[in-house]
Design a protein around this ligand. Structure first.
Ligand code: ADP
Length: 436
C-alpha cells in the first residue's frame, strides 16, 4: 500500500515536472527564435533601406556619378545578397548570393508576391538532405517619370537556424536530465514522507493484532462458561435458557470478528505465511458445497458444483500449488456470501474456470442468482468493513471483513479476484491463481 502510494506520488510529481519542462522549453525556444529572427529581419530592413537610397542616387545620377563609387551600396556581408530589377525584369544591380543557393533565390524572386517591406523566410531542402533557409524582403524604388524598380534583399540564415536547432536539442537534453533528477528526488522525498505514516500505520496494525489476540482468551472463557450454563442441570427456566443461547450466539459472532481482525492485521505485516502444497481444487469446491448445504437448505437454495465440459467421468481433478487452508477459507467466504446474499429458492454454483487451461493459471468461480452489487459499490466491497447494506449484513452475521480477507488471500498467492454483477441480476466472483 505504501509503496503504491509512493509510486503514485513520484509519478504525479514527475508528470507535473514534465509538463512544466515542456512548457519551459517551448517558451525558451520560441523566445530565442523570436529574438534572433527579429534581430536578423531588422538588419535586413536596414540594409534594404540603404540599398533603396543608393538606388535612388544611382537613378538620379545616371551618367556623371557612375565613377563615384562611394555613393553606391557596397555589400560587405557575404551572407547578404541583393538584386535590383527594373519594371521589365532587367537586372540593374546586384550582389550575388552564393552559387549554391542562387537558383533557389531567383525562383523565389520570380514568384514573389509579398507586400512591400515584408520580411519572409523561405526554406529549401537539397538532395543531400541539408536545408537552406533564406530571409528575404523586397522594396519598391519609385522614380518620377519612370517605372518603379524593385530591390530584393536577402540573407542566408541557414547557420542561424541550425544553431537554433542545436540549442533546442541541448535544451531538450537538459530537460530530460532535469526530469530524471526530479523523479529520483521525488522518489526519495516521497519515501521520506511515508516514514511517519508507515510508523503510525504499523502502530495501529500492531494494536489491532494485539487487541484481537488478547480478546480471544476471555472470549473462549465466556463461551466455555455459557456452554457450562447451557448444560447445567439446575437451569430449566426457558427464559434463562434463551438468554444463555443469545449470549452464545453473540460470543460466536464476536469470536469470528476477532479472528477475522487478527487475520487482517497479520496480513498487513506479511506475517501470514503460506504453507503451499499440491492439492485438488475441485475437491475443495465439492467439500465447501457439502459444508454449506445445511445452511443453504434453510433458504431452499441449491448449491452445486458445475463440472462444465470436463464432466466426462472421474478425471476432474485440478491440482494447484497453494496454501490449502487459506484457499478453503477463500472458497468458503465467497460461497457463504453467495448464500447470504441470495434470497429464498435461489441458486449458487461453484466451478473450475477452464478457460485458463494452457495459461499456467487456474481459476474458479462462485456464482449466485442473488441481489447483485451496484456498479458504484463493486470497487469498495473489498474494503475492510465495507458493507452495501449494513443492517442486512449484520443480520446475516457479517462483519464486512470477509471480502477483504478473500482479497488478501488472493494477493498472497499472486492471484487475481474479479467480480461480475448486476443489481438484482446475481453475482459471480472469479478467482485466478498461478498453477505452480
Ligand atoms: P459481509 O460480512 O458484510 O458479508 P464481505 O466483506 O464479505 O462482508 O462483503 C462486503 C459486502 O459485499 C457485503 O456486505 C455485501 O453487501 C457485498 N457482497 C458480497 N458478496 C456478495 C454477493 N455474492 N452478492 C451480493 N452482494 C455481495
Amino acid at each position: 500500500m505504501f509503496s503504491r502510494s509512493r509510486r503514485r506520488l513520484t509519478l504525479f510529481y514527475a508528470g507535473v515536472m514534465c509538463l512544466f519542462l515542456v512548457v519551459l522549453i517551448f517558451v525558451v525556444q520560441k523566445t530565442m527564435e523570436w529574438s534572433l529572427t527579429s534581430e536578423q529581419s531588422n538588419e535586413l530592413m536596414d540594409t534594404a533601406t540603404s540599398i533603396v537610397d543608393a538606388q535612388h542616387y544611382a537613378n538620379q545620377h545616371t551618367d556623371s556619378s557612375l565613377n563615384d563609387d562611394n555613393n553606391f551600396y557596397r555589400n560587405i556581408n557575404e551572407r547578404l545578397f541583393f538584386y535590383v530589377f527594373d519594371a521589365d525584369g532587367k537586372l540593374l544591380n546586384f550582389s550575388r548570393a552564393s552559387f549554391r543557393i542562387e537558383p533557389f533565390i531567383l525562383d523565389v524572386i520570380a514568384e514573389w508576391d509579398a507586400p512591400d517591406g515584408d520580411v519572409k523566410v523561405y526554406g529549401k531542402t537539397a538532395e543531400n538532405g541539408r536545408e537552406t533557409k533564406v530571409m528575404m524582403t523586397a522594396r519598391i524604388v519609385y522614380q518620377a517619370g519612370n517605372d518603379p524598380q524593385t530591390v530584393y534583399v536577402g540573407k542566408d540564415v541557414t547557420a542561424m537556424y541550425y544553431g537554433l536547432q542545436k540549442a533546442t536539442y541541448a535544451l531538450i537534453f537538459l530537460g530530460i536530465l532535469a526530469l530524471i533528477a526530479a523523479s529520483v528526488i521525488g522518489f526519495f522525498m516521497s519515501g521520506k514522507a511515508m516514514v511517519p505514516l508507515k510508523e503510525a500505520y504499523e502502530r495501529q496494525r500492531q494494536f489491532a493484532a494485539d487487541a484481537s489476540h488478547e480478546l480471544r482468551t476471555p472470549l473462549a472463557v465466556v463461551m466455555a462458561s455459557a456452554d457450562l450454563l447451557d448444560n447445567a442441570p439446575g437451569i430449566n427456566d426457558p427464559f434463562l435458557k434463551q438468554v444463555i443461547a443469545d449470549v452464545r450466539d453473540e460470543v460466536k459472532k464476536m469470536s469470528r470478528l476477532v479472528g477475522d481482525l487478527l487475520v487482517v492485521a497479520r496480513s498487513d505485516n506479511k506475517a501470514l505465511k503460506l504453507n503451499r502444497t499440491n492439492f485438488d481444487l475441485a475437491d475443495v469446491l465439492e467439500q465447501t458445497v457439502r459444508m454449506i448445504t445445511p445452511i443453504a437448505e434453510k433458504k431452499n437454495i441449491a448449491v452445486t458444483v458445475d463440472k462444465g465440459a470436463a464432466d466426462e467421468g472421474a478425471a476432474t481433478k485440478v491440482f494447484v500449488y497453494a496454501d490449502e487452508q487459506r484457499i478453503r477459507q477463500l472458497v468458503m467466504i465467497l460461497t457463504d456470501n453467495a448464500v447470504k446474499y441470495t434470497p429464498q429458492n435461489g441458486k449458487v454454483t461453484l466451478g473450475i474456470d477452464r478457460t485458463h487451461k494452457d495459461d499456467n493459471k487456474i481459476g474458479f468461480f462462485v456464482a449466485d442468482t442473488g441481489i447483485g452489487i451496484a456498479d458504484e459499490d463493486k470497487e469498495r466491497i473489498f474494503d475492510r468493513f465495507f458493507r452495501v447494506d449494513k443492517a442486512r449484513s449484520r443480520a446475516m452475521g457479517g462483519n464486512g471483513l470477509g471480502l477483504a480477507i478473500a482479497q488478501e488471500i488472493v494477493n498472497l498467492h499472486d492471484g487475481q479476484i474479479a467480480v461480475e454483477s448486476k443489481l438484482a441480476g446475481g453475482t459471480k466472483f472469479i478467482v485466478e491463481l498461478p498453477a505452480d
